[in-house]
Design a protein around this ligand. Structure first.
Ligand SMILES: O=C(O)CCC(=O)C(=O)O
Length: 297
């Protein structure tokens, strides 16, 4: 097991422009995030699991196959957990009091031939399931996902994710003209394999048709505050936590006492030391939002 500060604090800083863009649009595109080797490993793992899924479960009505909590299925997904080109950006955006809340492999085969511009692989939504309708508006930023796209999405109409830029700051649904397929201002992300797209849970997003012959493949890793319930697992298997370094173990929800998610002791949050050393290096003073409470709940 590696110690926490073996991780270089200067790794992949979020630039002021990236922060501004994420705050303003609710998403951020990082091209060439994955190394060619990592991309190959992820594709190999995805293809293996997809073949099994096709055999055992088949595709849904929208020609999708997905696997929740994929991190337990292959080391390639585990190695995305604190991936050096992306994870530091999550820490810079959310702070150190975070953990993994979902790992989701999503494969979208070509859409049915009659899929028109209104057809959706996934309708327009905010993330967070019921939390999105339970919370009063405006919603706070609670978590974000990194979508790693593994196949070529450089052309439109390949089933890529669509966003409404700025809808992270909206109250309610984005406006949509009558009979229009998408809300005003919606954009479809076009990108090369190996691109990572960070988006926060408040940002309205959807998936349109895949008119190509290329089966779209993507892995979605979600990180949120440690006091949020994970979306697609109850507990991560001990074998993964045992092989994790301290920061990875925090991401996997390791705690040392009953109130560890709400009132963490130092040993529950090794990421704090790394994040604070990183902030000091960047010349940023600690934010009150990340001071974390030591009192009663
Ligand atoms: O498959 C996609 O591109 C989007 C998946 C999605 O809507 C989500 O992860 O919330």
């Amino acid at each position: 097991m590696r110690s926490t500060l073996e991780r270089p604090v200067e790794e992949t800083p979020l630039t002021p422009e990236q922060r501004k863009r994420f705050d303003s649009d609710g998403f951020l595109v990082i091209e060439d995030a994955l190394s060619p080797e990592m991309l190959d490993r992820l594709l190999a793992a995805t293809d293996r699991l997809y073949q099994r899924g096709l055999r055992d479960e088949g595709l849904t009505k929208t020609n999708k196959w997905d696997l929740r909590n994929c991190i337990v299925e292959d080391d390639a997904f585990f190695d995305l957990l604190t991936y050096p080109k992306t994870f530091p950006l999550v820490v810079d955006l959310l702070g150190w009091n975070i953990k993994l809340i979902t790992s989701h492999l999503i494969v979208r085969a070509p859409s049915p031939p009659d899929a028109d511009e209104h057809w959706k692989g996934e309708g327009w939504h905010r993330d967070g399931g019921g939390s999105s309708s339970d919370m009063t508006e405006p919603h706070p930023r609670l978590f974000l996902k990194i979508a790693y796209f593994l196949t070529d999405l450089t052309e439109k109409g390949r089933g890529s994710i669509r966003f409404v830029p700025g809808s992270n700051r909206l109250m309610g649904r984005p406006a949509q003209g009558e009979g229009m397929p998408d809300p005003y201002g919606a954009v479809e992300i076009q990108c090369r394999p190996g691109t990572a797209v960070l988006f926060e849970q408040r940002t309205w997003h959807a998936v349109g048709p895949n008119h190509s012959e290329i089966t779209r493949k993507g892995v979605f890793m979600g990180y949120g505050y440690r006091w949020i319930q994970p979306m697609d697992f109850i507990e991560i298997p001990a074998r993964l936590i045992e092989k994790a370094d301290p920061i990875q173990a925090q991401m996997l929800g390791k705690i040392t006492h009953k109130t560890g998610f709400y009132l963490p002791k130092e040993e529950d949050i090794p990421l704090k030391k790394w994040a604070e050393a990183r902030k000091a290096m960047q010349g940023v003073t600690p934010e009150s939002s990340n001071g974390s409470s030591n009192g009663m709940m």
